[in-house]
Design a protein around this ligand. Structure first.
Ligand code: PEP
Ligand code: MN
Length: 339
């Protein structure tokens, strides 16, 4: 981090800020030039909030050289992070991992019907929400623990694994016991108590991007989990809020490339919540594959018209089969196996 003082800054103001930083254990390297006082701060500068330094009189500019995240930063870890789910699945290597299932667990029969069809297509990671953070308090809120147990049961019967969203620290023990990949939803991306608690577990985490969050804020949320001790994190781009209303959100595919430049963590794409429209899912899934995503999360329902949530973005079983056919063509082309 480099600080440039104002031209009119006094020696006393320079002393005040540099003494403060020395007191915090940082080294100061003076690089003053042409009568302007400039200095570099050497040390673990990610512990400093650069904006706070503007509180000191005489400060003209605070220039951050490093990103505020370290553990999630590619500059500090050259090899890619491979996230292991159960014994058989890895996200972050050469495989393209497809996670699919309904938005919500509605009943045993609903889930069994959908999961049986997905399993035939080779899907091993079944998605479904049991705790649903909905925009309206009057909308279906999920079956809760009962739903989670249905999800576990169906997955066990079919030899599948599960990914499901946690919305509060209250149920963390149940998620550790029953869920293979714990999802943090867009609305909870900045629920720091939840992130810290998940950081203390040894379960892999799927961290969705908040719909109004920058890539840096998203990686800072990953940093929270990593700093608490858990480095098994998969990022998920699920669309962000823009001025465009035609789609539910705007799928930020360039975020996949950005994250791969900035971080060693794997990143997948959820075109379902990004668009809110089932007819856009196939093409955007292929685009996600082409752009280098490590996988996909897609909503699928056998009867979207009667789905308890997100029916408009759910692929029917046959449409999902078609998507898998198309993905397999890409798989050969890109030499990346689908799991
Ligand atoms: C979901 O995956 O069910 C979900 C609610 O997604 P998001 O948090 O991205 O809105
Ligand atoms: Mn949904």
């Amino acid at each position: 981090m480099i600080i440039r003082m104002k031209v009119e800054a006094t020696k006393a103001e320079y002393e005040r800020i540099t003494q403060y930083l020395k007191g915090k254990g940082f080294q100061i390297k003076d690089i003053s030039t042409s009568g302007v006082m400039v200095f570099g701060i050497v040390g673990e500068t990610e512990t400093i909030d650069s904006h706070d330094l503007y509180a000191f009189l005489g400060v003209a500019e605070v220039i951050q050289i490093h990103t505020p995240y370290k553990k999630a930063n590619r500059s500090f870890k050259s090899e890619e992070t491979i996230v292991k789910i159960g014994d058989s699945l890895e996200v972050g290597g050469n495989d393209f991992v497809v996670m699919a299932g309904p938005c919500s667990v509605e009943s045993y029969d609903q889930l069994k019907t959908i999961a049986t069809s997905l399993k035939k297509q080779g899907v091993t990671l079944l998605r479904a929400g049991a705790f649903k953070p909905r925009t309206s308090p009057y909308a279906f809120q999920g079956l809760g623990l009962e739903g989670l147990m249905i999800l576990r049961q169906v997955a066990d019967e079919l030899g599948m694994m599960i990914v499901s969203e946690i919305s509060s620290t209250e149920y963390i023990d149940a998620f550790i016991a029953h869920v293979d990949l714990i999802q943090v939803g867009a609305r909870n991306m900045q629920n720091y108590d939840l992130l810290k608690a998940l950081g203390k577990t040894n379960k892999p985490i799927l961290l969705k991007r908040g719909f109004s969050n920058t890539i840096e804020e998203w990686l800072m949320s990953a940093e929270y989990i990593m700093d608490a001790g858990n480095e098994q994190i998969i990022l998920c781009e699920r669309g962000i809020r823009t001025f465009e209303k035609y789609t539910r959100n705007t799928l930020d595919l360039s975020a996949v490339l950005a994250v791969k430049e900035l971080s060693h963590l794997p990143v997948i794409v959820d075109p379902s919540h990004a668009t809110g429209r089932w007819n856009m899912i196939e093409k955007l899934s292929l685009a996600a594959f082409a752009v280098g995503s490590h996988g996909l999360m897609v909503e699928v329902h056998h009867d979207p018209e009667h789905a308890f949530s997100d029916g408009a973005q759910a692929l029917r079983l046959k449409k999902f089969d078609h998507l898998m056919d198309e993905l397999r063509r890409f798989s050969i082309l890109l030499d990346k196996p689908i799991r």
